[in-house]
Design a protein around this ligand. Structure first.
Ligand code: XIL
Length: 386
């Protein structure tokens, strides 16, 4: 091919590629959430440009929609736990969160200790900021959590001996009414009680159980229901996703609550896994089925799959496959609720601090670049339903 001919052809190809990237960019822009049009278009064009050097990447760009858009087509809310300082300080964090997710959970700021530094003081600012952000971006909110053995305020814990069943019940009741009441009609789902079953599959020994008694769980659900009769009320726990002693203990607990007429609507399965210890899909399906037989919905509430260091491309590919299996099994269950990751960027994850030698448990890397797991989740959401 003559030099001039070659130049014309390559220039024409470049023009076509740029035009196509603009078209795709606008298509992506039209399909993503609520970012401002100009930002979205710019982001889309720049990300399109970097990706248009390969036809398959272009194809994926052409069909790439935000996870929340794909999830809505499956009648699903897909969510993430939110780090409130990142929400306040990091524009990239806010944009990614608003674009990709349709339900949010406060990772910390609605727990009792941060919300209630003293009996007569509530610190609402961070919780209010998250609720306002969520409502601005048409996101639902998953309240977390009303009763837990961790993050109990010092003014409660350090005076355990001085509390009686009556006085501590009054504190817990007023807390639930204050928090659920404040967000009535805005927070649709609550983790009412968190992790009340111990790792030994017995009821956990907590201040609430020691002072109030075993019925603190039923009381908490009744108070939450009284405070907002329309809220979906969950019992939330970890290592109860498949089948086994702890899962059986959680099943027995919620079965008994249902039989006593306690207003519980569902179970939150936290789903904190490690790459080398994946969820057994068949057990997960069986567990969802038996909870469904109790007329309880099942929500994935804190999904992450931590990867043992060193992090390699092969491990991240395997992580993507494991995420896809969790979502496929979940989507197949008639009593599925919402599907939430415990964060979305590896740079804002509890994993490195809580699980030494592990990292990279989420869908985006620390620079908010989608990982193989993101594309696996998108693939499953796009898969044709039978
Ligand atoms: C964790 C947060 O991710 C950490 O940042 C915090 O320091 C401790 O709590 N199960 C739960 C969550 O229900 O509230 C916990 O979140 C993780 C385990």
């Amino acid at each position: 091919m003559k030099q001039t001919q070659f130049l014309i052809t390559s220039r024409r190809f470049a023009r076509q590629r740029l035009m196509l990237s603009r078209i795709v960019g606008v298509a992506v822009a039209l399909s993503v959430g609520n970012m401002s049009r100009s930002q979205t278009v710019q982001n889309a064009i720049s990300s399109t440009r970097t990706m248009t050097n390969s036809p398959s990447a272009l194809l994926s760009m052409r069909t790439m929609h935000a996870l929340r858009t794909l999830a809505a087509q499956r009648d699903l809310r897909i969510g993430a736990a939110v780090n409130s300082s990142a929400l306040r300080d990091d524009k990239n964090y806010r944009e990614t969160l608003a674009r990709e997710f349709s339900i949010v959970t406060p990772e910390y700021v609605m727990k009792m200790a941060p919300l209630r530094p003293s009996r007569d003081t509530f610190f609402w600012d961070d919780a209010d900021a998250l609720v306002d952000f969520a409502q601005k971006h048409q996101m639902q909110i998953h309240g977390h959590t009303l009763v837990w053995h961790q993050d109990v305020p010092q003014w409660i814990e350090k005076n355990e001996k001085s509390w009686t069943r009556e006085t501590l019940s009054a504190v817990l009741r007023e807390h639930i009414f204050a928090v659920v009441g404040r967000y009535k009609g805005r927070i649709k789902i609550w983790d009412v009680v968190n992790e009340a079953v111990g790792d030994d599959a017995k009821m956990r020994d907590t201040i609430w159980r020691r002072v109030i008694g075993d019925d603190y769980i039923a009381l908490a659900f009744r108070w939450a229901h009284e405070a907002d009769p329309d809220a979906i009320l969950l019992y939330n726990d970890y290592n109860a996703e498949g089948l086994g002693a702890k899962s059986d203990a959680v099943f027995n607990l919620v079965r008994d609550l249902k039989n006593e007429g306690v207003p519980i609507n569902g179970v939150g399965l936290q789903m904190h896994f490690s790459l080398e210890n994946p969820l057994n899909s068949a057990d997960f399906a069986a567990n969802m089925k038996r909870l469904g037989d109790l007329k309880l919905s099942v929500h994935v509430t804190e999904l992450d799959i931590r990867v043992p260091e060193p992090i390699t491309p092969q491990k991240l590919d395997e992580q993507g496959l494991q995420f896809s299996r969790v979502l496929e099994t979940f989507l197949a269950a008639p009593n599925r609720g919402t599907f939430t990751f415990w964060g979305f960027s590896d740079g804002k994850s509890w994993i490195p601090s809580f699980f030494k030698g592990y990292n990279a448990g989420l869908l985006f890397d620390q620079n908010y670049k989608p990982k193989p797991s993101y594309y696996q989740i998108a693939r499953v959401l796009k898969a044709p339903t039978n």
